[in-house]
Design a protein around this ligand. Structure first.
Ligand code: SAM
Length: 342
């Protein structure tokens, strides 16, 4: 095998072969952790290329695993690379990579859960960039298990809305993999059957783009589904100033009864004693037809509903804590399952 690759002087250690990986980490264990490795360098290069210019910039990679995407990142010579990996079995091969690249890129390895990792501490040397200017030289890249990547996206969108975490430094770019169907939902335009809460939430604060898809068979072990690479660039001016959680709640109700008229989902936002009146007034305020369907709404129309809800929740403070799902004992749906709850 070509034992190492040489690029602009950086000499990287050989990637473990597929056989090594399977032997080292045991296929069964890998499957349980939904670890799917992308060992094809052309594809990992393509993901990194999709991230845009990272040369001399700051990169955080989530879930590097044995380091296939990591190597493609290193080849582009960012100034600083931080990898966050939960599975300590990968640390030795990552440490080897860090050593071999020390001269060109400072690479730090954090063992731990990305969902608990304080990204704002990751780049101590980075200066702040104006939000309403050029993008910050910060990139978040990752091929994570599907359930985590969706949850992470929601967390990160909340951080974007608050300009905290990685977005403390300015408009950082995300380039992440998702189950292909989820990737399509994230970017789904108005009137698309895939339009859902995740589309609206993503499109309020960022401009998501489906860069390309990768067939499942390119991964080892092979997942049941194909994979989409999505890039999300935060807007200079987000489409709302409303709080993230309020918008998220309203979107959840908007899309909760997608087979029915929009009125049904919206009415559930309000407690019974106020329901009819406030539902009527919400549509009036939002200037919308209650007999439309949620997937036909523009982002702006969803936000007009959220504005109305925000308005009424200030007048009637008990609305805020009202939760129709809880009142009907419907289990709180989350983003982890691939179903209507998106
Ligand atoms: N990036 C590698 C690749 O593309 O070949 C590995 C991808 S594998 C789908 C996902 C990786 O994320 C695994 O290495 C797994 O251990 C790691 N991981 C899973 N959950 C994580 C979490 N919460 N925080 C950090 N890493 C995580």
């Amino acid at each position: 095998t070509s034992a190492s690759i040489i690029r602009k002087g950086a000499r990287l250690p050989a990637l473990p072969t597929i056989r090594d990986i399977i032997k080292l980490y045991r296929l069964r264990a890998i499957k349980q952790l939904s670890q799917n490795f992308l060992m094809d360098e052309r594809l990992t290069d393509k993901i990194v290329k999709a991230a845009g210019k990272i040369e001399n910039q700051h990169v955080l990679e989530v879930g590097p695993g044995p380091g296939c995407i990591t190597r493609s990142i290193i080849k582009k010579m960012p100034q600083k690379l931080i990898v966050v990996e939960k599975d300590r079995r990968f640390l030795p091969s990552l440490e080897l990579l860090a050593e071999s690249t020390a001269e060109y890129t400072k690479m730090d390895i954090y063992e731990g859960d990305i969902l608990k990792f304080p990204i704002e501490t990751a780049f101590p040397d980075l200066k702040m960039h104006h939000w309403e200017g050029r993008r910050a030289p910060v990139h978040l890249i990752g091929n994570l298990p599907f359930s985590i990547s969706t949850r992470l996206l929601i967390n990160w969108l909340r951080d974007v809305s608050l300009q905290q975490g990685a977005w403390k430094f300015g408009r950082a770019t995300m380039t992440l993999t998702f189950q292909k169907e989820v990737a399509e939902r994230i970017v789904a335009p108005m009137a698309s059957p895939q339009r859902c809460r995740l589309s609206i939430m993503s499109q309020i604060w960022t401009e998501p783009q489906l860069k390309f898809t990768i067939p499942g068979k390119a991964f080892i072990p092979k997942p049941k589904v194909d994979v989409g690479v999505v890039q999300l660039v935060p807007y200079q001016i987000p489409l709302t100033k409303l709080p993230f959680d309020l918008v998220e709640k309203v979107c959840r109700y908007i899309f909760s009864m997608r087979q029915k008229y929009l009125r049904r989902g919206i009415s559930n936002l309000y407690p019974e004693d106020l329901r009819d009146e406030l539902t009527y007034r919400t549509f009036q305020m939002a200037d919308l037809n209650p007999e439309t369907r949620s997937f036909l709404l523009s982002v702006d129309e969803c936000l007009r509903i959220a504005e109305a809800y925000h308005h009424f929740s200030k007048i009637y403070p008990n609305i805020d804590s009202y939760n129709y799902r809880a009142s009907k004992k419907i289990i709180h749906a989350n983003y982890d399952e691939f179903d209507e709850s998106y």
